[in-house]
Write a protein that binds this ligand. Sequence first.
Ligand code: NI
Length: 261
Amino acid sequence: MLLQLSTWTDIETYLERSKAILIPIGSTEQHGPNGLLGTDFLCPEIIAGKAAETADMLIAPTFNVGCAQHHLAFPGSISLRPSTMIAAMSDWIASFARHGFERLYWFNGHGGNIATIGAAFAEVYAGSSFSRKAGDGTELALKSKNWWQLPGVAALCREIYPVGDGLHATASEVAVTFSAYPGAARQVEMSPKIAPLGEFRDALHYRSQFPDGRIGSDPSQAAAADGERIVAAAAAALAADFKAFASGSQSGSQSGDCCGN
Ligand code: NI
């Protein structure tokens, strides 16, 4: 169930049976020579949409611009400062809490967001800790999960792309987007075949280290059929994880600890 295709009465009815909502979150940034600029927000959006075909899940509009300052030397990339993103996430959270949502599952597609999502959660929890009267019974649980860290997903990606899946503009994330948007799929010769690994600071430094945008990957391997397998596995794992969180059997947490994508 998509929030943007619902009416306010639909949401009021949903709140009578669940206080949980899923928010896809990602980034709009370069993804190498054949990856779409929307890759990091499209992946969680696609997987969540697939999961919602069979599970009772309410999905919010996608938070589709994140922390991507290091990609700004590539045209089309858009970034928020961490402080802006914390403020925006806090306002989204306050809006959902205002309606009675208590369990917010942020489903992430961008490694560069992880630290700031954790900081946003800390900001919200700090506000609650400073202001809330003891024993008022209200609980706001925030959880973040990176799609590639859902159970079984990393192993499947390694099985499909044992060489050159990489860390940025990965073959697996590009395949996921090609499966949902086959008309946008394209073949581009990569040189070198597998991009270098390394570290980066700001946008100009990143581009000097990774001239075509990739890190450690060969996304020319990406195929829509592979993406369909990844989406199916991730959607099944997401539906189970969201159900457990929505039921209260998970307490909420901050982001995963792995970078990439
Ligand atoms: Ni990515």
